[in-house]
Design a protein around this ligand. Sequence first.
Ligand code: SF4
Ligand code: SF4
Length: 204
Amino acid sequence: MSKDFKISGRDNLFSQLEGLYARIQEQYDLTAGSIGLDCRACPDNCCLSYFQHHTYIEWAYLWHGLMKLPKETRESYLQKARDYLVQQDRCLREGRTPEIMCPLNVRGLCSMYGYRLMICRLHGVPNQVKMPDGSLRKFPGCIVCQRKSREVSRIPVLDRTPYYIRLVELERKLRKGSARTLPKVDLTLAEMLVKGPPEFSIDQ
Ligand code: SF4
Ligand code: SF4
């Protein structure tokens, strides 16, 4: 695993990604607020959900955060990620969707909150996305949100589409800076941890 990784114009791309995350947070808070959804009072935990992630930029940004941690802390997350993958493989072999706590969740909270990936930032509230073929995919939000939604007369829906478009733009910029063609990303967060930071043979 490379301990230091280089991305062309990395800091600029990361600050654009932070800008995108801030916009999402603002919209998420408005949507959650109008439903009365509050993660702090949550009896559930959505960090058991099984998600794949698809961008190098989010993978790299997560590692950017991980590299700031003390080595022992980072190593403890990596060990949890290796354990996660053993369980993940077992579930998939048995034809079950894995329901395993994310290796970055510590005592019910996200230990990498500022660096968590987009889906972690959107999952809770009702949301929708327009797919490239024009179809609309709708998501009802987390279980707690679905219960809460029954109490409101008009359920607000967060539109993910502009955020995905922006994420794809940033991903394209990152890929353009690469000296080689990068393979597709289709990884769980635990796989992103165990694989180490994405390696790019490109300039700073
Ligand atoms: S990265 Fe954080 S928010 Fe996302 S699943 Fe893991 S612990 Fe939960
Ligand atoms: S998003 Fe929903 S399930 Fe996840 S912590 Fe918040 S209230 Fe709980």
